[in-house]
Ligand binder design. Structure first.
Ligand code: ZN
Length: 319
């Protein structure tokens, strides 16, 4: 890790020594170069800007987002960006270091967490609390205490999209009308999605969901008034629960007759499988849109479709 950062610094130093400082006004085709770290930002920009920009996602489809480290090629891509969008949380803490070592005078930098009200990571009853036995991890978590999964609430997604659109219009005035119209149409769809979630959850028989997995949906459940039990917080890098944690979730499902146990995308699903087998609760995916599979990526699936599928899964869990 340290070695990798060192190599990256070297490459940046070499770039400036040899004077191949990229021109950042736009790509050779006259389009803006927009680089994003993870999939929600990728999809938002794609919806707003279509093919008016050269859009690059650093994370590969199907890859785990929390352990992502930039390659030397990624660093060059960032350096060549007119607009760089990242989350601003613990998973992309590397961004600050990288940007500090670059000339960013002509680069617009956008952290999604700066445009919504952030909340701290929370530990609910029964959740695995790695603070007790791993001091290093405790500091890691408490350092980065804000929950980074801001995009999981469609209301936050709308705020982020509005802000990205404003910025795009400012740095690329010639396409401002295009961006504004595309964003307005997309936001209208997201508002419908928001209304659908609101109605679905307001009218539900149950208000509690159970996760045999990490829980990155804090902003989502806060927005619609759901409560939850989960094995791990969104911050956790742990995926092996203790027997007590699994037993707690199994008991909750039995006591409250909860029909569904959720897992998140790109999960090993082991814990959800165990809980499902033990309780008879159906195992379902609630997609937190960190990243998507290569197959979904290639077929153009995005935030809206994934969230609509989530609505279907929630209906099974709450009614
Ligand atoms: Zn996450």
């Amino acid at each position: 890790m340290k070695k990798q950062i060192l190599i990256i610094m070297l490459i940046i130093a070499m770039l400036s020594v040899f004077g191949c400082k990229p021109s950042r006004t736009a790509g050779q085709d006259g389009k803006l170069n927009v680089t994003v770290t993870i999939f929600p930002a990728y999809d938002f920009v794609r919806q707003i800007a279509g093919d008016k920009v050269n859009l690059t996602m650093l994370l590969s489809p199907g890859a785990e987002s929390h352990s992502f480290e930039p390659s030397p090629r990624d660093i060059i891509t960032i350096q060549n960006s007119d607009l760089f969008i990242f989350v601003g949380g613990e998973s992309d803490a590397w961004v600050e270091r990288i940007l500090q070592s670059m000339n960013t005078d002509n680069m617009s930098i956008f952290a999604m967490m700066d445009f919504v009200d952030v909340v701290e990571e929370e530990f609910v009853e029964g959740m695995e609390h790695d603070h007790d036995h791993d001091h290093e991890e405790e500091e890691y978590c408490e350092d980065a205490e804000y929950d980074e999964h801001v995009w999981t609430s469609p209301r936050n997604a709308i705020l982020i999209i509005r802000s990205i659109t404003e910025l795009l219009c400012k740095i690329d005035e010639s396409n401002a009308e295009f961006y504004t119209e595309k964003a307005a149409a997309y936001i209208e769809e997201l508002q419908k999605l928001d209304a659908a979630f609101y109605e679905l959850i307001a009218g539900a028989k149950r208000k509690t969901i159970v996760f045999g997995d990490r829980f990155p949906f804090r902003y989502f459940v806060d927005a619609y008034g759901l409560s939850y039990y989960a094995a791990f917080s969104g911050c956790s890098t742990d995926t092996e629960p203790s027997a007590a944690t699994v037993a707690f979730l199994i008991n909750k499902i039995r006591a409250e007759q909860i029909p569904v146990v959720f897992h998140i995308e790109l999960s090993n699903e082991r814990m959800a499988n165990t809980i499902s087998e033990e309780t008879g609760a159906k195992k379902l995916l609630l997609h937190s849109v960190h990243n998507i599979t290569k197959r979904d990526f290639d077929s153009g699936i995005g935030y809206l479709e994934l969230m609509r599928r989530n609505a279907g899964a929630l209906r099974e869990a709450l009614y």
